[in-house]
Design a protein. Sequence first.
Length: 153
Amino acid sequence: TNFPNHFLHSASQGQDALGEAVYYFEADGEGVVQRVFVFWPLGVLLEGPPNFCHGGCGASLLDDAFGAFTNTRLRSMGLSGQAVTAYLHVDYKAPTPLPGAAVCAATLDRVEGRKVFVRGELLVQKPDGTLQASMEANALFVELKEGFASMKK
């Protein structure tokens, strides 16, 4: 998907930076989105500590996956699909090696009115080929009130 004015999908992309993302949405029998998996190739220009991804980059990847999940889920339910991050809490579990790849997995925790609570993790491949959670996170997204998203400056 092409997002020319998006932080993760334009300015930070390139062979040695952030590769093009692949999104996979899972829906239930009624077409309501239940989970998303987002695959990201990670280049060396994303480095924080030597040979590892900057933690802020990983948090941004989780926020992107959580937002894609939340807004796609809302649209799959016939709602606006216009929700924004109210908070994102990230627990760093292990370094994310570079160059490499990461998979962000996100799913619904609960809904309270316009509040959508999401949880997930950023997974990386260990040297033995198994996956481990590099980061775990939870977030609150708030669906914008009708008309708010279309307000002009």
